[in-house]
Design a protein around this ligand. Structure first.
Ligand code: ADP
Ligand code: MG
Length: 703
């Protein structure tokens, strides 16, 4: 049996056993049983409780052994100290799917963590898949199943949307408000401490699950970010994945010594990973469920040209601002469209996009205007705003719009602000599956989400070039030797960096290594002026900070003076013992300084960074991250999204930079960290550019 099939019994069990069901109302052990019975579970319910004859009409078994029928799913509600025993009896009964609702494990400290580890190990050894502990259970609203194994009182209407929540409380909040929000979903699971089953398992399971068309997740952490990235790349080609990721702050970043490592927060990496894999990242629960609903309803948005139709100015302006922020366009309507609109609208109505019909517009005017605008070939989707004025019946207007939303071929998002009593009437007489938003800012976000998802889905798989055998061999050799010689810092020497970058055929600056002033004479014929003298050190990260770099040296005399100056600078600072020697480099009169870096994140694995470089790198913070492997076109995108990009494209009197060459450089660095696991960080800062010329003048590689 494949691994994901083993999850099937969680969502489609034919028999469920509650271990630790209680006869005490308001206890979790009682409420879950009540919820299961109340929701009319289609399978059989079994209960174990040595102290009761029956609970809520279900006969209790004293022990698991008493039950002779097979059990698909067990739910453990026991006190913490009895959980392990409960799990052991599940193993004896050959139950392969267990949910542990009980809390008090990893989340409370070391002892809890230890117990959780033991339980997880036991489950693994016995072929049991485990959800939780410290979770609120799961729901499947599919008519064939009707499973509510949670202590939530409210259950959503079915939709082919599956919802994972890492937080039980957040899920409870969603369920508690379901009557107001109208959110719908089929499968829901709270994964608690993720001792065994985590978001990656569910992503894989729902990918193959026929009743799931859209996957939504609220996550606080990624168990294995790299796996999520690789998996979701495939899933999104078939099903939309929508993720709300909390904990956006910097604190999660692992300490790193390179610029790339120090600059990138965990959230930057999450952002890059989700964008690259085509996952829709949302910022609120509302955006998550409304986007899911909109995708189900509309399928796709063919282009990014949006019309706004309104009866009020202010909300339409806010909406247009938000459309622009989300890279959607608000084009002029065709003149034939305007002529048709003029015939039905108030003479003072504005026919520009947004079309403002003024407050007098009634249901028929709204309906006709929507029909006319949606036929404009310049328009891919509509946002219709309605603010209830005193003289208009809001019910009639919103009903007309909902009908149009159902029938029209183009996506029509309705944003409505009726008086409170409207909603009561809508619930009983309205069109039940219509999508009506209560925020003008949300509609553009939803359209952008749909548009981006479909653009990504239909993109061709990019071609990634691996390093050729010869190159890999040379790099391996350098790394092998370096490992033998490895000093405590883990940094490669300048010479070793040179070897690797040269093996990759990258434009590294010409340089000579020397130890003493006397060596200057030995290499005299190899030096061309102007040149640069700098210290070579694995221990000093910022050479210029310790006055260890002198630029633009024009002759031999100046070079000797520079040597003495740097040496005396370091002597004064008592740093001379920290350097391995000196490097005489050609002086490259570049115009722009860039950074290209890479490092390895604990969860997401290798990450590549590109941006403005040089000494200001920490201030400008031009971080643009991507997860290897990268194709040339993905590397080019990374350049295009950077802050420094305009400077590279004929800005003022700057020379136009060879973007393809730059993209190739990024691509190779990406491949270097991807193919060589022993490399932890790479920092090329700066890569100097001037027109068609590129030079790597400062480099560090950590293994
Ligand atoms: P560090 O970053 O350790 O202080 P760098 O080698 O990056 O030292 O040098 C500092 C700055 O000096 C670079 O950002 C760049 O502006 C300039 N520089 C360094 N090497 C060269 C070179 N070979 N040609 C031209 N400018 C250089
Ligand atoms: Mg530098």
């Amino acid at each position: 049996m494949s691994d994901i099939l083993t999850l099937s019994n969680f969502f489609y069990p034919k028999s469920v056993l509650l271990i630790g069901a209680s006869s005490k109302p308001k206890s979790i052990g009682y409420e879950i049983l009540k919820a299961m019975i109340g929701f009319e579970f289609k399978g059989k319910i079994y209960v174990v409780n040595p102290n009761s004859e029956e609970i809520l009409g279900i006969k209790c078994n004293k022990t698991i052994e008493e039950i002779t029928e097979p059990i698909d799913l067990a739910i453990i509600l026991l006190p913490k100290q009895l959980v392990y025993e409960g799990l052991k009896s599940c193993a004896k009964k050959q139950i392969n799917n267990v949910i542990i609702i009980t809390a008090g494990f990893k989340e409370v400290g070391e002892d809890g963590a230890k117990l959780e580890k033991e339980i997880t190990l036991f489950a693994k050894e016995n072929g049991i898949r485990l959800i939780g502990p410290n979770c609120m259970g799961l729901i499947n609203t599919d008519e064939q199943v009707r499973l509510n194994a949670t202590f939530a009182a409210e259950v959503p209407h079915f939709a082919p949307i599956s919802f994972l929540s890492q937080s039980g409380a957040l899920a409870a909040a969603v369920l508690n408000t379901i009557r107001q929000t109208g959110y719908t979903f089929g499968q829901f699971v709270s994964i608690g401490n993720k001792a065994d089953v985590n978001e990656n398992d569910l992503l894989e399971f729902w990918w193959k699950d026929e009743n799931t068309k859209i996957i939504t997740m609220y996550l606080e952490s990624f168990e294995n970010g790299r796996k999520f990235f690789e998996l979701s790349k495939n899933v999104t080609k078939e099903k939309p994945v929508i993720v709300l990721k909390a904990a956006r702050t910097k604190s999660g970043t692992s300490a790193a010594s390179s610029h790339t490592g120090a600059l990138a927060t965990q959230d930057d990496i999450v952002e890059a990973a989700l964008r690259q894999s085509g996952v829709i990242r949302v910022n609120t629960i509302e955006e998550m469920f409304e986007t899911a609903k909109a995708i189900l309803k509309f399928g796709k948005l063919n282009g990014n040209k949006i019309a706004v139709l309104t009866n009020a100015g202010g909300p339409a302006i806010l909406c247009v601002d938000e459309l622009e922020k989300n890279s959607l366009t608000i084009p002029e309507l065709q003149s034939s469209t305007k002529i048709k609109l003029k015939e039905i609208l108030h003479p003072e109505a504005s026919l520009k996009n947004p079309v403002d019909m003024l407050p007098g517009a009634d249901s028929e005017t709204y309906r006709n205007a929507v029909k006319i605008i949606s036929q404009d070939p310049n328009i891919d989707g509509l946002i219709v705003i309605f603010v209830e004025p005193v003289m208009i019946d809001s019910f009639e207007v919103i009903k007309a719009l909902a009908e149009e939303q159902k029938e029209n071929e183009k996506p029509i998002l309705i944003v409505a602000f009726p008086l409170p009593h409207f909603w009561e009437r809508w619930k009983s007489e309205g069109i039940s599956d219509s999508l009506i938003l209560k925020s003008v800012e949300l509609a553009p976000k939803i359209l952008k989400n749909i548009f981006h998802y479909h653009t990504h889905k239909h993109q061709k798989e990019p071609f990634v070039e691996s390093l050729d055998k010869e190159t890999s061999k040379k790099i391996s050799k350098t790394l092998m030797n370096a490992k033998v010689l490895q000093n405590s810092s883990g940094f490669l020497s300048s010479q070793e960096c040179h070897q690797i970058l040269k093996a990759l055929d990258l434009p590294i600056v010409k340089s000579k290594f020397i130890q003493s002033e006397n060596d200057l004479n030995k290499i005299a014929k190899d030096i061309s002026y102007p040149c640069v003298l700098k210290i070579s050190s694995r221990k000093l990260t910022h050479k210029s900070d310790v006055k260890g770099v002198i630029l633009n040296i024009s002759n031999k005399k100046e070079l000797k003076e520079a040597f003495r100056e740097i040496k005396s600078n370091l002597q004064k600072k008592k740093l001379l013992s920290l350097i391995e020697g000196f490097e005489v480099q050609e002086f490259f009169n570049g115009e722009i300084e860039l950074i290209i870096g890479a490092y390895r994140d604990n969860s997401f694995g290798p990450v590549v960074n590109f941006g403005a470089g040089g000494k200001l790198v920490e201030i400008i913070k031009d971080k643009n991250l991507a997860l290897p492997p990268l194709s040339i076109s993905e590397a080019t995108k990374l350049i295009e999204q950077s802050k420094v990009y305009p400077l590279l494209t004929k800005f003022r009197d700057f020379e136009e930079v060879d973007i393809t060459k730059l993209a190739k450089l990024i691509q190779k660095i990406s491949q270097l960290i991807y193919e060589f696991e022993e490399i932890k960080e790479i920092d090329l800062n700066p890569v100097m550019v001037k027109g068609k010329k590129l030079k790597i003048v400062d480099y560090r590689i950590l293994i």
